[in-house]
Design a protein around this ligand. Sequence first.
Ligand code: GLC
Ligand code: CA
Length: 530
Amino acid sequence: MNARPALPEWLRTAVFYQIYPQSFLDTNGDGIGDLPGIVSKLDYLHSLGCNALWLNPVFESPFKDAGYDVSNFYKVAPRYGSNADLKRLFAEAHRRDMRVVLDLVAGHTSDQHPWFKASARAGRNRHSDHYIWTDSVWSTFSEPRLLPGHERNGCYLPNFFPCQPALNYGYARIEAGKDWQQPMNAPGPRAVLSELRRIMAFWLDAGCDGFRVDMAASLVKNDPDGKGIRALWKGIRRWLDRDHPEAVLVSEWGNPSMAIAAGFHLDFLLHFGEPAYQHLCAPQVEPKAGAGRGFFDSRGRGDIRVFLDNYLRHWKATQGRGYIALPSGNHDFARFRHRRSEAELRVFLAMLLTMPGVPFIYYGDEIGLEFREGLVSKEGGYSRTGTRTPMQWTAGKNRGFSTAPAAKLYLPTNEQRGQDVAAQEGDPNSLLHTVRALLELRRDFPALGNDGEFEPLHAKPKPYPFVFLRRSDHERIVVAINPCQRGQRLNLPLLKGALPLAARRASVVGQQLRMAGFSFGIFAVSPKQN
Ligand code: GLC
Ligand code: CA
C-alpha cells in the first residue's frame, strides 16, 4: 500500500516564493513584469532564504483571468518574454540550487484556445470531446451553469469564468438521461489526459521542477467521494515517478489528506475548502458570512483551536508522505496587510516560518506590501486586484518596478514610505531582515524545518499566546506567538533555562514567558526527551 517512492529530497528544505509575474519586475519598460526581471532578482530571493519559486501562469493567454485562461500551453506569453527566457530562468535558478514550479491550469483553457474553437464547431472533429458539451443548446434552461452561444448545438460547461470552458476528464458517475456526460475512460477524456501529460513532459524536459496545479480537485465531474479525481492524479503520479521522479506536484486543493493520498507532494491549506485557515488569519476582502474571526486578531478574540484541530488532523494524516503548505498569502485573497499593521504581519510570519511543512511567501509580503483598496478590476481580478500590485524595490520612480510612465503600469504602485526592498535592506529592524533571520533559523535548526516534529504546548481560546514545540533528534525549540495588542504572561516549566534564538518583545524570566503586545519568541530548550 505504502510502496510510494521517497519524497524528492529537495522538499525537505524547500521554502517557496510565489511570483505573480506581471507585477514583479519590468525590464523592458512596457509596464508589465517579465521573465528577465525574475532572473535578475534570483540573487535577492536566494539571499532572503527562498530556494524554490512558484510562478503564476506565464503562457499565451487573452488574460481574461490573469493568465489562468491559457490559449497555448507550449508558448510563453510574449509580454513575459520567450520560451528561451523561461529556460534561462530554470538554468539560472538551478545554478543557485533553486527550483522553479510552473502553474498548470489543468481544468480548463481559454475559450480562445484552438481546441475550444474547434470543439465549438458544428461538425465532428478531433476536439469535439475535449470539452464538456450537452447534446442540445436548450439544456441551458434546466441547468443555468451550462452556456450556449456557439455554432455547435450544445451548451458547454465553464470551470470558473465563462471564458474558461472545462476540459473533459469525464464524469465519475453519469446522471440518468444525460448521455452527453462521458465516463473517465471514454476516448475524449483519455485524449485530454494525454494532452495534459504531453504539456507536463514538455516543460519538465525544458527544465522546470514541477507544477502547482490550479483547481486540482476540479477535473473529474460528479465525483462526490473523490474516487475519480484520486484515480486520475494517482495515474499521473505513477507516470511521473517513472519518467520524472524529481518532479514535484503541488495542489490547489485545500484538503491535504485527500490531495497527498492522491499523489501530490504538497497541498495548501487555504481560505476556502475547509474553513480552518480562515480562522487563522481571515484576510477575506469580502468576508463570507460565518467565516469567523481569525486567531490573528489584534483584540485577541480568535481561537487558535479552530485552525489547529484541522491542521493537526491533516498533519497526522500526511506526515512523512507529503507536506502541508501554509502560504503567507496568494494572488486570490486580500493580503495579510489588509487593515492590519506591519507589527501584526511580523508575528504572523514568525508563526508561518516556524511551522512544519513547506512555507510559501507571496511576493511583497516580506516587505509588508499592503492590500490596495478600491482599484478597478484588472484582468479578471475583481476583489483580488488589490493583492496584485507591483513589487516595490526602491523609493524611486514607480518604486523601481518599471521605467514606464506611471499611467502604463500593470497596476499602480503604493506610495507608502519604507515599503520597498532598498529601504528595508538598510534597516536592521525591518520586516525583510526578520524574514531573512527566521529563514536562517529554519535552515540552521532541523527542529524548525519542514520535517521537524510539532506539538502544541499552549493553545486555548483565552488567554493568548499560542505556544508550540518543534523537535528533532537533538533539538527542542519552543515558539510563542502573541498576535494581540495586549501583553501576555505564561508559566511553562519547560522554559527554564531557555535560550532565545530570536525574539521580538518577548523574553523568558525563570520559567515565565513574558510577551508584549504583537510579539513572538523562539527559544531553544534542553533537548532531553520526556
Ligand atoms: C485558481 C487560481 C485563480 C484562478 C482560478 C481559475 O483558483 O488561483 O487565480 O482565477 O483558479 O483558474
Ligand atoms: Ca516588461
